[in-house]
Design a binder for this molecule. Structure first.
Ligand SMILES: Cc1cc2nc3c(=O)[nH]c(=O)nc-3n(C[C@H](O)[C@H](O)[C@H](O)COP(=O)(O)O)c2cc1C
Length: 230
């Protein structure tokens, strides 16, 4: 591998060509993973475009300094993610679910703004690339909000989810991060600020959270206090 990048060997691929091949290879790897998931019996996959992971690295000029077809203009920066989602749609069955996970840190970040993120997701929604979008908190530059402790506000992903929901016509929108209780989940659904609510640590604190809620025994739920201690 090292040889491909730094070789003096004149038979080695030109540097730009090697990089382009690697991008195509990565796109195909995402598609192949989805195919394997479907074969293994999963109903769908969720693409990780949150916390500044690879798809988001292409989205944002903060990390994408390319000037070729994968960078610079918005269309070019979205090409990597678009190709993955279009490839999965083609390779997997029509009812195979594609989710897109996104997140937002804060307004002081040099990364994408909330408005930019909404515009990007709306672009993918227009092409019906995904079936749902899940909206969390935190980023590479804001690790403390990835699993926000009790010092952060509850339902911290909701402003992003609500803004995304307003801009979409097709995909379902999930609000995740610090939802914590059935009451908060009820608020999210009833207010129609998002179509789905996600509770992660709340269900680690009490794996019976859902069944107790269904049985109207919310008072018996062992509450998550978002202290991130096991
Ligand atoms: C043990 C644990 C593992 C997690 N693993 C992932 C992961 O693999 N991918 C991911 O996107 N988020 C992961 N998260 C973050 C959650 O999806 C969620 O965004 C975060 O916990 C905040 O939501 P909550 O307040 O409902 O816990 C993880 C969280 C916990 C507690």
């Amino acid at each position: 591998m090292q040889g491909l990048w730094h070789s003096d060997d004149s038979t080695a691929l030109p540097r730009w060509s090697t990089r382009r091949c690697q991008i195509e290879e990565l796109i195909q790897s995402f598609i192949d993973s989805a195919i394997r998931c479907q074969k293994a019996g999963f109903d769908g996959i969720e693409l990780f475009a949150n916390y500044h992971a690879l798809i988001e690295q292409f989205w944002t000029p903060w990390s994408n300094h390319r000037t070729d077809q994968w960078g610079d203009s918005l269309d070019n920066r979205l090409r990597f993610g678009s190709r993955i989602m279009e490839g999965i749609r083609t390779a997997c069955s029509k009812d195979f679910i594609i989710g897109l996970a996104i997140s937002y840190g804060d307004a002081h970040s040099p990364d994408l703004s909330l408005k930019d993120k909404v515009a990007i997701v709306a672009h993918h929604d227009h092409a019906q690339h995904m079936d749902y979008v899940t909206c969390g908190s935190g980023s590479y530059l804001g690790f403390d909000k990835l699993m926000p402790t009790f010092v952060f506000e509850e339902k911290i992903g909701l402003p992003l989810a609500a803004a995304v929901k307003q801009a979409l016509n097709h995909a379902l929108v999930t609000s995740e991060s610090h939802v914590r209780t059935p009451e908060n989940a009820d608020y999210i659904i009833a207010s129609e600020e998002a179509g789905l609510a996600s509770i992660v640590r709340g269900q680690i604190a009490d794996p019976q959270l859902i069944s107790k809620t269904q049985a109207q025994s919310e008072q018996d739920i062992r509450g998550c206090i978002s202290c991130n201690q096991m």
